[in-house]
Design a binder for this molecule. Structure first.
Ligand code: KG4
Ligand code: ZN
Length: 385
């Protein structure tokens, strides 16, 4: 993946993500070059947290453009995402992202077959920006609307760089708000076999990073600090849940880290940030990888995919690579920039829904706590047309 980055005046990072191999010169191409008979082109929007993103995706797996406007720098001052600020920035940035996504793809709204948008889960004010924008475009153009579950988007990021990947497979979904172990039975069909009982994996990274003074966003900072540290310096607990072997719990681990920090403070000792980071990371990564490999074996699956922001963690990727090779499992992982929030993954997920005939009505609303895999039509706004 090639990422062109620009820091804007307000501190927002504007990124255009491109596949290294295919670099179409959109200025010289015409609509008939980019869209052949039978192609389905989706304009996808994502605004569930602190990234405003727009992408154009062809046939679910080919990213024609992928624009991400990241607010991380703005929220860093507050030590976490401030929902109000996130919503306001989405309103400012979304039209610019869409305009660039269309022009980089070399298409116009006329070439688009459907508009896809994340409608949950996420911050309600943030989601509403993308949802309202998508509805407005659908209303103005008469093109169909497809609502996408954010986590289904993360899972579908795997389809983009792995053209051969097809369900069924096991997917470990680890983001800032979710930790799920799922069996992807078919496109858009999921069995959740494990989930977190308390903190999500990314949340644990963020909280521990704050406690040891690394700041926000915690995941990438712990990942980096851990490279200089000793993962065996501290022995942190790896929670096992007796009645649900695939569930996760990270709150005990977080408390153990806090205890060590407090003890050191009371004894006037200086703790090595890198050692705590490496030991904490080892505890999280071993639990995640252990559950995922066990699930593959028990469910007879020879394919494992990972998804979500924490899936970009170097140590998790290395351990799973090793364990998968040892156990004859094919390991799929998106490039780090497709693990964290982006709209290309939403376009990929939307394609398979669109092909099944899923259409949302203009009464679609944001659903901040939308459960994963709920295919019932009980959410407001889901309709066929
Ligand atoms: O998927 P994502 O971008 O947003 C949500 O849907 O939540 O995930 C963000 C989370 C944050 O908690 C962040 O700290 C974590 O992913 N993260 C990482 C890494 N990069 C991002 N965690 C561990 N190691 C990383 N390299
Ligand atoms: Zn996410």
């Amino acid at each position: 993946m090639q990422i062109d980055k620009n820091v804007e005046e307000d501190g927002v990072i504007f990124m255009s993500v491109k596949d290294k191999e295919e670099q179409p010169d959109s200025k010289d191409s015409t609509a008939s070059d980019v869209k052949k008979d039978g192609d389905t082109i989706i304009l996808a929007l994502e605004s569930s947290c602190d990234e405003t993103a727009a992408a154009v995706v062809k046939n679910g797996r080919e990213v024609m453009s992928n624009i991400i406007s990241s607010q991380i720098a703005l929220h860093t001052i507050y030590g976490g995402v401030v929902p109000e600020i996130a919503s306001r920035k989405h309103v400012e940035k979304i039209n610019g992202c869409i305009r660039t996504a269309l022009s980089e793809a070399g298409v116009t709204l006329d070439d688009i077959d459907a508009i896809a948008v994340t409608y949950g889960p996420g911050l309600v004010g943030a989601l509403l920006v993308g949802v309202s924008e998508a509805k407005a475009i659908s209303f103005a153009t008469g093109k169909p609307l497809v609502g996408v579950h954010h986590i289904e988007g993360h899972i579908s990021a795997n389809y983009i760089e792995n053209k051969d990947l097809e369900p069924p497979f096991v997917c470990l979904v680890v983001s800032g708000g979710h930790s799920h172990l799922v069996v992807v039975k078919d496109y858009g069909e999921y069995d959740i076999i494990g989930q977190t009982r308390d903190d999500a994996a990314g949340e644990a990274f963020d909280k521990v990073a704050r406690a040891i003074g690394l700041g926000y966003p915690g995941g990438p900072k712990i990942d980096k600090a851990a490279r200089e540290g000793n993962p065996d310096a501290f022995s942190f607990p790896q929670a096992k849940i007796a009645d649900a072997e695939y569930d996760f719990s990270f709150s005990g681990l977080k408390s153990a880290v806090l205890n060590i920090i407090n003890q050191a403070k009371m004894q006037g000792q200086e703790l090595s940030q890198a050692d705590v980071a490496a030991s904490f990371q080892k505890a999280v990564v071993e639990v995640l990888a252990g559950h995922a490999i066990r699930a593959c074996k028990e469910y007879g699956m020879d394919k494992l995919a990972i998804a979500g922001g924490v899936a970009s963690n170097t140590s998790l990727r290395e351990l799973l690579e090793k364990e998968c090779a040892k156990n004859g499992i094919r390991f799929y992982r998106p490039s780090p920039v497709l693990c964290t929030d982006n709209a290309a993954m939403i376009g990929a997920a939307a394609y398979f829904e669109y092909k099944k005939g899923v259409r949302f009505g203009l009464d679609m609303n944001a659903v901040p706590n939308l459960p994963l895999g709920d295919r019932e039509r009980r959410y407001h706004g889901r309709s066929s047309r």
